[in-house]
Design a protein around this ligand. Structure first.
Ligand code: PGA
Length: 244
């Protein structure tokens, strides 16, 4: 399957730098072997939608509300994200789980809402360092998948991102073997919720960069990357796609 190279810009950039980065990525991703996706902060989505329109670069948000609309101060709905031309939404990122207390149940509700509005969800799972040291990483990830995936998931509207928390933004990357073995485990687990688990894209995230992307992306069940730090420079982000 074609790899998906997704950039999670998190809470970075100014309007000027966001526009410049989106233009650079769009210009460089033209001949891509991989599918590209960028997920800027909400406030820049509308401006960036106009830049990526008609290009090989897809647009996504970093979160959405589980409510459809109404009195929910500060929230952004799935319908609004769809309305401005984005097609993906990242849900359950470990930073949202930590900063905002998001549980699997909340992620489940958000994903169901996003699917109602025809967004493709990237649902993040992953263990902490402590959980890996205790040897419970598979139990943790299995429980997250079971709790966070709504019955509306299909292999076209859902992507899974395995992001070991200890590898996010730390410069520490899972070895290709460890990541590959978790990805195979995830694929097996998906059999319970998908008719065709072999077609679900499973991304690796956690300090992925051009220097380690080839080894990670060559593992059988690693279908792309969710990239934070290295997605903030067009050259490194696009180069990761070139490793696919
Ligand atoms: P990182 O972030 O590439 O900076 O480790 C990945 C992520 O959090 O999605």
């Amino acid at each position: 399957m074609k790899k998906l190279i997704a950039g999670n810009w998190k809470m970075n950039m100014t309007l000027d730098t966001a526009i410049a980065l989106a233009k650079d990525i769009t210009a460089q991703a033209g001949q891509a072997q991989a599918d590209y996706l960028i997920c800027p902060p909400f406030i820049y989505l509308d401006r960036i939608a106009a830049i990526v329109e008609g290009s090989a670069v897809n647009l996504g948000a970093q979160d959405c509300s589980f409510n459809d609309n109404g009195a929910h101060t500060g929230d952004i709905s799935a319908a609004m994200i769809k309305d401005i031309g984005a097609t993906y939404v990242i849900l359950g990122h470990s930073e949202r789980r930590t900063d905002h207390g998001e549980t699997d149940d909340i992620v489940h509700q958000k994903a169901a809402r996003a699917h109602e509005h025809e967004l493709t969800t990237i649902i993040c799972v992953g263990e902490t360092n402590e959980q890996r040291e205790q040897g419970v990483e598979q139990d943790v990830v299995a429980a997250q998948l079971k709790g966070a995936l709504p019955s509306s998931v299909t292999s076209t509207n859902t992507v899974i991102a395995y992001e070991p928390v200890w590898a996010i933004g730390t410069g520490k990357t899972a070895t290709p073997e460890d990541a590959g073995s978790m990805h195979s485990f995830i694929r097996e687990q998906l059999g319970a919720q998908f008719d065709d688990p072999e077609n679900v894209r499973i991304l690796y995230g956690g300090s992925m960069k051009p220097e380690n992307a080839t080894a990670l992306l060559s593992m059988p069940n690693i279908d792309g990357g969710l990239i934070g730090g290295a997605s903030l420079k067009a050259k490194s982000f696009v180069r990761i796609g070139g490793c696919a």
